[in-house]
Design a protein around this ligand. Structure first.
Ligand code: F6R
Length: 621
């Protein structure tokens, strides 16, 4: 198996949008309905077509697929009438070939005996396809995926059994992929392979599930095997067999019990996952703090021993990291937050074996962050991960990982994972500062005892205000989000949310810097959202607000109650209870900004759960 082809740029595999859901019953129970549910549970990833294939009790293939939404396809193709004890399903987001029924997955070999679903991109599919065509294979689609069933068929014709043929086929693939395969040759097996595209196995009662993501089967089991890159194998009556093509041997993978419930992966009565996840923050932050208690000591050890500390991340996770940098600085702990894709150029030359690099990534699969961390490791630095996903790629390359307790985040835009990341960084800081003689009692009292209640209060007050203000925001094309000090990462994250889901050009800026250029754009009713903490920077924020207001800007302030001068100058106010103008600020100040982005997006007719051009885990460089 040694000669599996993996390109240098496997990360170019594309966004992990497609969804795989496969199921094998060990007691001859019909699994078609379960595959349908798995596909519904994966809908959040975005898709343009879908399909299901089962091996019937008569050992024939029943394959139904088409373009459109699963519910419509269900009515048209009657997925619910399919019968089989083993099968695979797929939601496709077109990459190779247009959005057509032929290109939808699953795909079969010439004889319709082998059927495959795939996530990722096979880079060398064209040359393989040409070779197979010269051997007489007939292709029905334009996809890269279709070469896989034909390759397996080819090796079976040469005398391989089903699994051997699959292994030989996988050896020829170059790129990144997750695959699930069933066949009438051996109808009681699902074969799988993972090379740089996520794939997990769920261990149910008399059933196995294989899926792109845990929420697919969470309603039946939380016992999971997280496959690693290069893993290939099958599930059958005999259990789970896993080999690794890079190690060229059989491997053991632990069964992990995921502390998530099925309710966590459902909308729970909210119109969108994003709104549900915003409203979950009282619990997700409290749970993260509880979980961090057990994990923080080793992190402190690494912090203590480090000569230099870097915090590396992308997008929202970068803004949580920037908060970390500002918060750490307040207590004399020197660190530097670096955008992952700039890491090597910006600080790569300084990294050494006495340094600590903290990687922050909710998905744990972000290519930019992984590359930066791999580089840091190569230079001898210690690497600690903060992530929401047990067993994700970041945990495998780090010396130590802290798992947050945010629960599954389905909405593409990060909300509760942002506050969970801030909570972990704050917790580490509180403990570190105490070790270094700082009195952290006031901050600790709120953080450890009633942060959940405080977030709930802010949610309750801000919800109707955000809804109201969103009406005014709907026709706007631009907005500034200004902050200083600990308020700056909040402003940057607030602007990112508005940009991502409402498609309004929103720029986060250091308030003091706004007079050095951005102010040129201000005209009547230009939205300026100012994040004002009740600290020594308040007067300076007031100056920035006055500069903007005198040029016609409409001032929306997120500030503490009782901040009279700021409130007098503002046109719209989100009040935050006092006691938060310190390292805890993002946990509450971000709430009105998340809600404002959400309601504005919905009123502009955008789907906040699936913003265009974005994906939950960005596995491209
Ligand atoms: C923002 C968002 C992205 C991610 C970024 C990093 O709402 O979702 O900006 O924050 O792609 O992702 P992770 O945290 O998975 O590394």
């Amino acid at each position: 198996m040694r000669d599996v082809l993996v390109s240098e740029h496997v990360i170019e595999a594309g966004y992990n949008l497609c969804g795989i859901g496969a199921c094998l019953s060990l007691i001859k129970r019909n699994i078609a309905g379960k595959i349908l549910i798995m596909l519904k549970n994966l809908e959040y990833r975005g898709y343009d077509s879908a399909g299901i294939a089962v091996i019937t009790p008569e050992n024939t293939l029943d394959l139904r697929k088409g373009v459109g939404k699963i519910d419509d396809l269900k009515n048209k193709l009657h997925f619910d009438q399919m019968v089989g004890f083993v099968g695979i399903g797929h939601t496709r987001w077109a990459t190779h070939g247009g959005v057509t029924e032929e290109n939808a997955h699953p795909h079969t070999d010439c004889d319709g005996r082998i059927v495959v679903v795939h996530n990722g991109i096979i880079e060398n599919y064209l040359e393989i396809r040409k070779e197979l065509e010269t051997r007489g294979h007939k292709f029905r689609s334009d996809t890269d995926t279709e070469i896989v069933p034909h390759l397996i068929e080819e090796f079976i014709k040469r005398g391989n059994d089903f699994y051997e043929a699959f292994k030989n086929a996988v050896k020829k693939l170059k790129g990144a992929y997750a695959l699930a395969v069933v066949s009438t040759y051996e109808p009681n097996k699902i074969l799988f392979a993972r090379v740089f595209s996520p794939l997990v196995i769920g261990l149910g009662t008399d059933e196995y599930y294989i899926a792109s993501d845990i929420p697919a089967f969470l309603e039946w089991t939380n016992k999971v095997i997280i496959l690693e890159d290069g893993d290939i194998g099958y599930v059958s009556q005999g259990g789970v067999l896993i080999e690794n093509v890079f190690l060229n041997r059989r491997v053991h993978r632990d069964v992990t019990t995921i502390p998530w419930t099925k309710e966590m992966a459902k909308k729970g009565g909210f119109p969108h996952f994003m709104l549900k996840e915003i409203f979950e923050q009282p619990q997700s932050v409290s749970r993260t703090i509880l979980m961090a208690r057990k994990q923080i000591d080793r992190f402190l050890d690494y912090l203590e021993k480090a000569e230099e500390v870097y915090i590396v991340a992308a997008g929202t996770s970068y803004y949580a990291s920037l908060h970390g940098q500002y918060a750490f600085a307040k207590y004399g702990l020197r660190s530097r937050a670096v955008v992952a894709s700039e890491f090597i150029e910006e600080v790569g030359g300084f990294i050494g074996n006495k340094d600590l690099v903290i990687g922050v990534s909710q998905s744990g699969e972000t290519a930019d962050t992984l590359l930066a961390l791999r580089y840091a490791k190569k230079k001898g630095a210690k690497v600690v991960a903060i992530t929401n996903v047990i067993g994700s790629a970041i945990t495998r390359i780090s010396d130590y990982s802290i798992i947050m307790g945010a629960g599954p985040e389905i909405g593409v835009a990060a909300t509760k994972t942002f506050t969970a990341q801030v909570a972990v960084l704050n917790y580490a800081l509180i403990k570190w500062a105490e070790m270094h003689g700082y009195d952290m009692d006031d901050v600790k009292r709120v953080f450890l005892n009633n942060i959940g209640e405080k977030i709930s209060n802010v949610l309750e007050k801000a919800n109707s205000l955000a809804k109201k203000l969103s009406e005014w925001m709907v026709p706007k094309s631009n907005a500034y989000y200004l902050g200083r000090g600990l308020g700056l990462p909040i402003a940057l994250e607030g602007a990112l949310k508005m940009k991502e889901i409402a498609y309004i050009h929103a720029e986060g800026y250091p308030a003091g810097e706004s007079k050095h250029g951005p102010i040129a754009l201000i005209e009547k009713d230009f939205p300026v959202i100012s994040i004002v903490l009740n600290d020594h920077l308040q007067e300076k924020m007031l100056i920035a607000i006055e500069e903007m207001k005198s040029r016609g800007a409409y001032i929306i302030s997120v500030c503490e109650e009782g901040m009279k001068k700021i409130q007098e100058k503002s046109d719209f106010i989100f009040e935050i209870p006092s006691g938060f103008s310190n390292i805890l600020a993002p946990l509450v100040y971000i709430i009105p900004l998340q809600l404002l982005a959400y309601y504005t997006a919905v009123k502009r007719g955008c789907d906040p759960d699936k913003p265009r051009n974005l994906a939950k885990s960005v596995t491209v460089e």
